[in-house]
Write a protein that binds this ligand. Structure first.
Ligand code: UD1
Ligand code: UDP
Length: 363
């Protein structure tokens, strides 16, 4: 079995790391990095900390408008697929790198497999929603992290090739939690103590690319009863500059560089609560038992809301302040995202589809 895995952005490195490890035990993997994220802090550090093999190909696409970025990825990925002739193209999540892979795979009549299939926000203004829906519809194999994702796919008529696997990010966090406690010194470096600070991240285009929304989020965070640490994505940093909002950063709302995975997991594990618009961070907070305020109006990770670990607060400063001050207690502790063996399940499913020689068996 030869698998071509396509990654490009920070959360995809985390997801691919756990699958890649299992995959390389039983088959051949050609890892392609589109280059969507290229800064050391958004890319290399994940490969080092998660021991991800050096990508066989780096397409070097970097930042551009969404259309041009996706088009460049498609143009650069197609010859790689032609040259390496994989049995399956394995895609992760909902970025432009995911969509580019889905288009190349379907145009070349390859089997496309999508990890984290079936998530929906029903918000078509999010570029990620477009990427998810198109990718799922171009995929022969949909690996769904939750039962809600399976239902979402069924509602769009996608039932063949759908497999509930659980969430690979749970596998990743189980591995990283202990390692981060042993290895990370980030609490000491930032001079914060367990349960005595709030962690925040903001990078979603809908929040960062609108001055009043970004200012309102920063005002809400600044009203926290505890110090706030905000490792900022480069997109956010450039908007803080463009909108002249750097004065919102203070000793109590500390804006720092993006962190490596182990330092970030350590902070998330130790934080009193987190405020974020990240998809991955909402789930990781849930896995680590850290209460989460989501800086959006909706979420794909509905289970975290249902059980009371996550609250939607949007971008309104007052709602954020109330959420940061309210001492709510989560209602239950379910396991909607599997048991930490999602990567193994995915690799087994791929194995059952393709025999050792790489010929397709069945769907
Ligand atoms: C992308 C994904 C988003 C995901 C996020 C993970 C899409 C449409 N968006 O958003 O779903 O949640 O990654 O972090 O695919 N930049 C740098 N250095 C880098 C990369 C980006 O400075 O290494 C800056 C550039 O100014 C760029 C901006 O960040 O224009 C946005 O980068 P881009 O990859 O387009 O989208 P993200 O916001 O990172
Ligand atoms: N992350 C990190 N350092 C940071 C911020 C996030 O290592 O400074 C990790 C986080 O633990 C999670 C992933 O990056 O695994 C989430 O990425 P992001 O929020 O950029 O994207 P999303 O999940 O929203 O697509």
């Amino acid at each position: 079995m030869r698998v071509c895995s396509v990654v490009g952005a920070r959360p995809q490195f985390v997801k691919a790391a756990v699958v890649s490890r299992k995959l390389r035990d039983v088959g051949e993997e050609v890892l392609v990095h589109t280059g969507q994220h290229y800064d050391e802090a958004l890319s290399d550090v994940f490969f080092e900390e998660l021991d991800i093999p050096e990508p066989e190909y780096n397409l070097g696409v970097e930042s551009d408008t969404h259309g041009r970025q996706t088009a460049k990825m498609i143009a650069a990925l197609e010859p790689v697929v032609e040259e390496t002739d994989p049995d399956v193209l394995l895609l992760y999540g909902d970025t432009n790198s995911t969509l580019a892979g889905a288009i190349v795979g379907s145009k070349r009549d390859l089997t496309v497999a999508h990890v984290e299939a079936g998530l929906r926000s029903d918000n078509w203004e999010m570029p990620e929603e477009v990427n998810r829906v198109l990718t799922d519809h171009a995929s022969e194999l949909c690996f769904a992290p939750s039962q809600a994702a399976v239902t979402n796919l069924a509602e769009e008529g996608i039932t063949d090739g759908v497999h509930w696997t659980g969430d690979v990010m749970y596998d990743a966090i189980l591995d990283a939690r202990e390692r981060s406690r042993r290895r990370s010194t980030i609490l000491e470096q930032l001079e914060v103590r367990e349960e005595e600070f709030v962690l925040a991240t903001v990078h979603r285009a809908g929040n960062t690319d609108d001055r009043s929304r970004l200012a309102s989020i920063l005002d809400g965070l600044a009203s926290a009863p505890l110090p706030v640490v905000l490792p900022a994505h480069p997109r956010t940093v450039s908007r803080l500059e463009e909108y002249d909002l750097w004065d919102r950063a203070t000793d109590e709302l500390e804006v720092i560089e993006p962190l490596g995975y182990l330092d970030f997991v350590r902070l998330l594990d130790a934080a009193e609560r987190v405020a974020t618009d990240s998809g991955g961070v909402q789930k990781e907070a849930f896995f680590l038992g850290t209460r989460c305020l989501t800086l959006r109006e909706e979420t794909e990770w509905v289970e975290t809301i249902d059980c009371g670990w996550n609250r939607l607060v949007g971008s309104d400063a007052d709602a954020i302040r109330d959420g940061l001050r309210d001492g709510w207690e989560p209602e239950s502790n379910p396991h909607p995202y599997g048991d930490g063996t999602a990567a193994r399940r995915i690799v087994r499913l791929l194995e059952t589809q393709f025999d050792a020689e790489g010929s397709e068996r069945q769907f």
